[in-house]
Design a protein around this ligand. Structure first.
Ligand code: PXL
Length: 278
């Protein structure tokens, strides 16, 4: 069985980060080890009052133990990170805990809709850019891609403009820069992938629903990591991630109260497993 390690926070309520990555990756038949970066009472899109306990201080000793044990993983997957120091630690993990040919995957989960999430400083995107450019595959939304390339965000970028941003960000180790949540016309949503090695683009779209939910980026990223680790091509991984995310959103729509609690990925797990077996 393949084994990955994912580095992100644990938000106790509000399906996102580790509470999404662990079940999704497990459902895909891949073992998931974790490095928790922080413990929060909820994700930060909840109103005032969420708690935040930073775990940066714990990570170096976890990694030192792993070095003594000689642990290596088939993928290192980073998500929501809280500090420059954590960015440095992820870059160290990309170097030191990857098996031969392993995947280095970064989801720069820090912003959406033109704005950084609460608690991030203006300088954080520069730190996250270092993490992304040390990875093989990255999955920013267009807001995150703009913040890391210094482009001004607009909510009406054309397909060509998005491709330009993806290409501009694809430096360092990056092989594939996947812009998530990319629209196609009025009624399609999907992803645009820039393949740096071949200087080409791959796009995949599915139905666009008239709603947005919190935590869809984590579903998308976790699905891609699972699929790539299972040996799927980048195109197959993107298609599966777009389709499963849509399926989760459809399940969520059936329960309007669940909006702040992330998407209903649980009831869509049978779809994911079936698609993966095809
Ligand atoms: O879904 C990304 C994410 C992860 N972790 C925390 C968050 C968010 C998005 O807001 O707040 C704590």
């Amino acid at each position: 069985m393949k084994r990955i390690v994912t580095v992100q926070d644990i938000s106790c309520v509000g399906r996102c980060s580790l509470t999404v990555a662990l079940p999704v990756i497990s459902a895909m038949g891949v073992e998931a080890a974790v490095v928790p970066t922080a413990v929060l009472s909820t994700h930060t899109a909840f109103k005032e009052g969420f708690t935040f306990h930073d775990l940066t201080g714990e990570i170096p000793s976890i990694l030192d133990h792993w070095t003594r044990e000689g642990f290596k993983f088939d993928a290192v997957y980073s998500g929501y990170l809280g500090s420059k120091e954590q960015c440095d630690l992820v870059i160290r993990m990309f170097e030191d805990y990857t098996a031969e040919g392993a995947l280095r995957f970064a989801d720069p989960a820090m912003a959406d809709g033109g704005k950084l999430y609460p608690g991030f400083s203006e300088s954080f995107p520069e730190e996250m850019k270092r993490v992304c450019q040390a990875a093989d595959v990255i999955v920013p939304n267009i807001t995150e891609a703009c913040l890391m390339t210094g482009k001004e965000y607009r909510d009406d970028f054309s397909n060509e403009e998005m491709k330009e941003v993806a290409k501009c960000l694809a430096q360092g180790n990056i092989r594939y820069c996947v812009i998530t949540g990319a629209p196609k016309g009025q009624d399609k949503l999907g992803a645009i992938c820039y393949d740096r090695e071949n200087d080409s683009f791959f796009e995949y779209y599915n139905e666009k629903l008239p709603v947005q939910f919190h935590g869809t980026g984590d579903i998308f990223a976790s699905t891609m990591v699972g699929a790539l680790t299972r040996g799927r091509t980048i195109g197959e991984a993107i298609k599966l991630a777009v389709d499963y995310t849509l399926e989760c959103m459809k399940k969520t729509l059936a329960d309007p109260d669940s909006r702040w609690y992330g998407v209903n990925f649980e009831e869509a797990i049978p779809f994911l497993v079936k698609e993966l077996e095809k």
